[in-house]
Design a protein around this ligand. Sequence first.
Ligand code: RM4
Ligand code: MN
Length: 404
Amino acid sequence: MAGMTAIEASSSAIMERLLWAVDELEIELPSWGFVNTGTRFKVWKQPGTPRTVEEKMDDAATVHRYTGIARTVAVHIPWDKVDDYGVLLDYMRSKGLGIGAVNINTFQDDEYMLGSICHPSAEIRAKALDALIECCDIARLTNAPAVKVWLGDGTNYPGQDDLRWRRNRLVEGLQAGYEHLPEQARMYLEYKIFEPSIYSTDVQDWGQALAVCNRVGERAVVCVDTGHHSLGVNIEQIVALLLAEGKLGSFDLNDKKYGDDDLMVGSIDPYQMFRITHELINAMRDDGDPGAQRCANETVYMLDQCHNIEPKVPAIIRSVMNLQELFAKALLVDREALVAAQARGDVLEASNLLWSAFFTDVRGPLGELRQQRGLPADPFHSYRQSGEDEARTAARVGGQAASW
Ligand code: RM4
Ligand code: MN
């Protein structure tokens, strides 16, 4: 392959390079991606929406059955609270699923109006800490790999609260929660530029998340939600920096046009997502930086999307495929040639190497590889034609659909 561009490579050489995207890549699904969602203007109800945690898992299992790479499901507490987590885990395993991150929710209770972990009142902070400890306990019971913290905390007006003291409470609260983290688990800290807080958000960007993680502990790592930046931010560079620090933990993947729009990953700007997958694959291949290599190998890829107007199961299958294709394209980047072009200052050839990998159509070879593994070549169309979506809707009449 050396010296050859992706375009010239024979299809068998391409297949060889794509194996990782079919055999190693894993994409975590969010249980909340299957429920009814909308905007603050309206939640749209879709037929066939899961009514129970088990039905959310059934849908996730369908996505896995069609794509073969969606092996774990992240849960959100209290939305996915059950009496017996052992029973839930058994149910998931019977469907070929494993548990992913346990997500904390301290943004919907009335008492959290002014924040949770950063709230000015010690009483509310204690309640938020209890919620975090509960997630740690669930992670222990289910042997989950992570507890994920995203906080809606922040302020709406200058002067509303002391920004520095809120920061101190944040560090203190997470440190206290970290003590309860089971040994096998990591803590993902997710940042978001704004919303629901408008003027200041307590974990507003990667710098803050990284600094806080460094204060909290070795297993506290940053979660990058691709929708949580302002427009024009160089997200792939943030990814590179976090890999260099060994502090990238996970992704919440989606695409956006204006804000935290939670659209299907790669649907608006696939080249941006490709630039991110390139940074990850590049680090995985970089024997000269073992710290970043290890970090990239341990990074978890979760979808965090809202399918407001499109049918959810096929949309999630589509999203898994989008991501798989964008990783596949990154696998086609000729790293040796890239490193050489960079070293001789060949700006145009270096940029061309990314460009031609991105424009290589990987759908055919990926389809072939899927088929060799007993999967449909085109999971999206196979699902649409299977009649399963209609059967799912027919079987789920009545009851209370799970909803945002
Ligand atoms: C937030 C954030 C979190 C997710 C919630 C539901 O915007 O992205 O990851 O848990 O939404
Ligand atoms: Mn997220």
